[in-house]
Design a protein around this ligand. Structure first.
Ligand code: WTA
Length: 647
């Protein structure tokens, strides 16, 4: 579209960046024409114990989906993130930790990181954790969360990090699904001046599931917590019993590195499995090129390690590159809405990566909170997690970045392991709201609902035509679900679940999910999960959940609830249902709107017509489509006249 604003790459950035436009075009062409040659070369960016001789061996054929990269190479991911920097960067700061309290911070050098991780790994070993075992990590944003992940990688255990905001039920489901016998947690977490009872939550979770035979507890606040001496271990006591010598385990490139649960359109969250070699090559390479990371940059990604962004762009990508990565325990508005920028000034952050929802919230708090800080250290800004609306983009660019820093709007997913579509700051002119162009080796395409490819300008479902090294390998314990979810919709391609538009310049504009996944403040949620939480309440007979546009959160959660016969809705019940869902899933799933509905729009075969429910939630009654095929068309009138929320 011609009316879109364009922010060309500045001369200064063309000079400083690793690649300019001509180099991007050349490298991109090479990467898709000869993936073996391209990745064979770039695969050498990490240290291999036994070098690979095979590069790409991947198939999207639904009868035989198989994804392998560098399959005969061996390595250790932790050694790549820690040991290999000791010689040249031993005294360099690996992790800057900024506590929730603005007076709290710590610097951890690579040498210290090495000692901490080795001890942690020895504690795991001493307590029976072996190569291939699954370890659940339910932690606040403290350095020990990264130590725990790296310690697992060091000994070949597979970590499953569960976001600290999830409820005991959600934690129990994830412990159970991957049959994890070992849990790492903290006494409490601290966020925005409040404590989060992580240990108590863990205790509750373990009552609800098998597994969790040992619980290793990091002392964060020192407050009293319930204790089971037959099961619970303090990290600070255990580390005293072990040495800091722990040789890294030799792992195959395709050995699992981690499982991370994520929501899909149906059923329970699935365990996205990533492996070692390809993942590390891909995350370290994207971290270098997308953030144009240079040796002395201070890099800060504000995500939580409970999400994939924390895995790939707080821990693995940056540390593989020997970067200084900042881990922030707090929230953007505590003590006040200047906090992000105060942290930037305090630690002289150069590269800053956050989510649109945080940008919108800070924009709402007013420019003064930004303007009273300096921010002159910033050179590059990034966003991830949901589409960024052009207004928020402009504010980020002009007010936060003072027009000096390009913005990399990075599109990717838990499943993709790393960034797939994003501008490279020295190469690609930016358009506010567009993730722009694919990274090396990434081949996006748009298809219509019948699977026909849309060439040139157009809009459709976003798929990938071929594999890249960071791609997930399977759903843990359920390869059929992997095939079904991603490779059976549009044959021969990986289906992302996102809708997308391509403009005349070939730029990609993500329009949001086309499936029953919603994105609330950048947190991915299956509407089915919220529905099953609601129907678990004794007064609820049926529920249907859809997303609706929300100024701050991007999407809000709109619930249609049918009560059991004889139950009457009132405000108290609405509050009770909200609390119920928070308890079942976690506060991030808290319903924004609950509308009581005597009936839901269903086809004669009983399928809920979500399209209609979405339209009503969006306050768009003009286009409800054909309702004549409904079993009872009159329910729609009732839903329309009882729509909740503002207009
Ligand atoms: C959405 C987060 C638009 C998208 C890394 C995707 C985005 C889902 C962007 C994955 C972006 C992520 N622009 N939409 N820059 N980044 N998304 O698995 O719908 O938590 O499918 O991974 O977030 O969310 P996930």
């Amino acid at each position: 579209m011609s009316d879109e604003k364009l922010y060309p790459v500045t001369e200064a950035w063309k000079k400083r960046a690793f690649v300019d436009r001509a180099q991007y075009d050349e490298m991109y062409k090479a990467s898709v024409e000869d993936p073996d040659g391209f990745w064979g070369e770039h695969g050498k960016r990490i240290d291999w114990i036994k070098p690979f001789t095979r590069v790409k061996n991947t198939s999207y054929d639904p009868h035989n989906v198989s994804i392998k990269w560098f399959e005969d190479g061996t390595l250790n991911v932790c050694a790549n993130c820690v040991d290999r920097h000791l010689e040249t960067r031993g005294d360099k700061v690996a992790i800057i930790w900024e506590g929730d309290d603005p007076d709290d911070h710590k610097h951890i050098t690579y040498r210290e990181l090495h000692a901490q991780v080795c001890r942690f790994a020895n504690v795991l070993k001493a307590n029976g954790v072996k190569k291939g075992d699954r370890v659940t990590i339910y932690m606040p944003m403290v350095p020990e969360a990264a130590y725990a992940m790296l310690a697992c990688a060091r000994i070949g255990a597979v970590h499953s990090v569960v976001f600290g905001g999830f409820s005991p039920d959600s934690l129990a489901g994830r412990i159970q699904d991957c049959d994890s016998k070992f849990v790492v947690t903290a006494d409490e977490g601290v966020r925005g001046g409040r404590t989060i009872p992580l240990k108590a939550n863990t205790d509750e979770a373990l009552k609800k599931c098998a597994g969790g035979e040992k619980v290793l507890v990091v002392r964060r606040t020192g407050n009293d917590v319930p204790w089971d001496p037959s099961r619970d271990l303090w990290l600070h006591e255990e580390t005293e019993k072990v040495s800091d010598d722990c040789p890294p385990e030799e792992m195959n490139a395709e050995d699992p590195l981690f499982i991370l649960y994520t929501s899909g359109s149906t059923g329970k969250p699935k365990g996205v499995m990533h492996t070692s070699g390809g993942y590390l090559v891909y995350t370290s390479m994207t971290h270098q090129y997308v953030f144009d990371y240079h040796e002395d940059d201070i890099y800060w990604c504000t995500a939580d390690v409970g999400w994939v962004t924390g895995h790939s762009y707080i821990v693995y990508g940056p540390l593989a590159n020997g970067a200084t990565t900042l881990i922030f325990e707090g929230v953007p508005n505590y003590p006040d809405a200047s906090r992000f920028w105060q942290v930037v000034d305090k630690h002289k952050v150069n590269i800053f990566y956050t989510a649109p929802t945080a940008i919108r919230a800070l924009m709402g708090a007013g420019d003064d909170y930004v303007k009273k800080t300096d921010r002159s250290s910033l050179t590059l800004l990034g966003t991830v997690g949901e589409p960024i609306n052009p207004e928020a983009w402009e504010w980020y660019y002009h007010v936060v970045g003072e027009e000096r820093s390009p913005i990399v709007d990075t599109w990717w997913q838990t499943e993709t392991g790393g960034i797939l579509i994003s501008p490279l700051p020295g190469a690609i002119d930016q358009k506010p709201g567009s993730a722009t162009l694919p990274f090396f080796g990434v081949q996006p395409a748009l298809v219509d609902n019948e699977g026909n490819e849309i060439k040139g300008e157009g809009q459709g479902n976003l798929v990938m035509l071929d594999s890249w090294p960071g791609q997930m390998r399977t759903v843990y314990g359920d390869h059929d679900r992997f095939v079904q979810t991603y490779f059976s919709t549009y044959l021969g391609t990986y289906f992302t679940g996102d809708g997308c538009r391509r403009d005349a310049d070939g730029y990609y504009w993500i329009t949001g999910r086309v499936d029953d996944v919603i994105n609330v403040s950048g947190h991915r949620m299956g509407t089915a999960e919220v529905e099953s939480a609601l129907v678990a309440h004794p007064k609820v007979s049926e529920a249907a959940v859809v997303g609706f546009p929300h100024d701050l959160k991007g999407q809000g959660i709109y619930c249609y609830v049918t009560l059991m016969a004889g139950e009457e809705p009132d405000e108290a019940l609405t509050q009770e249902l909200r609390q119920w869902v928070r308890k079942e899933i976690g506060p991030i799933a808290s319903p924004d709107v609950i509308q009581y509905a005597p009936g839901l729009p269903k086809t004669r075969s009983g399928k809920i017509m979500r399209r209609i429910l979405r339209k009503i939630a969006e306050d768009d009654f003009s286009n409800l489509g054909d309702t004549s095929t409904l079993a009872d068309p009159s329910v729609v009138d009732n839903l329309v006249s009882n729509r909740q929320g503002g207009r």
